[in-house]
Design a protein around this ligand. Structure first.
Ligand code: PEP
Ligand code: MN
Length: 356
């Protein structure tokens, strides 16, 4: 933090600020310029938050230079983390494919969609049982029976799954079956949900809010981390811009920016950003090229009959190209495509829990 004194501030004003800082255990470094005096504060930011520095005589401004997030910040943990979902990993040295249907509709559709995902090389399955829909008249998801379907399919295919939880009241139910909990874009700043999800102790996939800044998104991750759960993966899923030709605008620059600010893995969602099947592969190429640690992709065995997001779902004919695109672009980015590897997991847990 930096305290900027007014041009006419007296020596006594400066001394008062310095004294207050040292009284809470911080160090103050006074820099006297020709027209203005600046005081640099060093110490734990938490020490200074209670100090009403703005109200001190002679103070013009108080500027935070250190980031407000701590636990998820590269400042406190410079090495990138790997998050484990069952026996599958998401981290900086690989590209992980997560895929499956947008929504669980029937057992057959879920089974087919998840098989398609596995065929394309996915190591984590996706599917929504609780759907956050813009319209109350749209399909809201099957709820708990949908969760059971997804759980059954995931165990049959021997792959873990991620699924969204939309309200704190459902966290325990979802966490009892899911391998990873998703907080959707619309709930990114539902702070009570973030706390409950964090406390469930499962890995969390945190989507970026439709209009959230990168700092707000990372602060939401800090909420989860604050509960003691550092197994968080950030997902850039497109933001709201003035452009109506795509559902959202994939903010590719958010990937390297977030990776520079936080040690958490950052993945992209090419399906919910573009909103159109033909944009999914180009956006995957862009995402891997800017360094995304993974992708979450909608697939559907029969998108023309889908109850949710059919136009953006990849179909059977796209699977080979999906697999090849991920492999080729991961290779070009100097990474391997993630595979399920139990031994690596055992090694990683042995090193240091979620942040090996
Ligand atoms: C989803 O992944 O099914 C979803 C609803 O995504 P988002 O929250 O990014 O819109
Ligand atoms: Mn969807």
């Amino acid at each position: 933090m930096v305290v900027v004194m007014r041009g006419g501030a007296s020596d006594a004003d400066v001394t008062k600020v310095v004294k207050a800082i040292s009284e809470v255990g911080g160090d103050a470094f006074v820099s006297r310029g020709k027209n203005q005096t600046i005081i640099g504060l060093v110490g734990d930011l938490a020490q200074f938050t209670e100090l009403p520095l703005h109200a001190f005589p002679g103070v013009e401004d108080v500027i935070r230079v250190s980031k407000p997030y701590k636990l998820v910040s590269t400042e406190t943990h410079p090495r990138p983390s790997t998050v484990w979902v069952g026996d599958s990993s998401i981290g900086r040295d690989t590209v992980t494919l997560i895929a499956g249907p947008c929504a669980v509709e029937t057992e057959e559709q879920t089974e087919q969609g998840c098989r398609m995902a596995k065929e394309a090389g996915a190591t984590i399955l996706r599917g929504g049982a609780y759907k956050p829909r813009t319209s109350p008249y749209a399909f809201q998801g099957l709820g708990e029976p949908g969760l059971d379907i997804l759980h059954g399919v995931s165990r049959d295919l021997d792959l873990p799954f991620v699924t969204e939880v939309v309200t704190p009241a459902d966290v325990d139910t979802v966490a009892a079956k899911a391998d990873m909990l998703q907080v959707g874009a619309r709930n990114m700043q539902n702070f009570q949900l973030l706390k409950e999800v964090g406390m469930a102790g499962k890995p969390v996939l945190l989507k970026r809010g439709l209009t959230a800044t990168i700092d707000e998104w990372i602060m939401a991750a800090e909420y989860i981390a604050h509960t003691g759960n550092l197994q968080v993966v950030l997902c850039e899923r497109g933001i709201r811009t003035y452009e109506p030709m795509t559902r959202n605008t994939l903010d590719v620059s958010a990937v390297p920016v977030a990776q520079s600010l936080t040690h958490l893995p950052v993945i992209i969602d090419p399906s919910h950003s573009g909103g159109k099947r033909e944009l999914v592969l180009p956006l995957i190429r862009a995402g891997i090229a800017v360094g995304a640690d993974g992708l979450i992709v909608d697939v559907h065995p029969k998108p023309e009959a889908a109850l949710c997001d059919g136009p953006q779902a990849l179909v059977r004919d796209d699977l080979l190209q999906l697999r090849e695109t991920v492999q080729r672009f991961a290779g070009a980015a100097g990474r391997e495509v993630a595979t399920v590897d139990r031994q690596r997991r055992e090694g990683a847990w042995g090193r240091s829990a979620a942040t090996a």
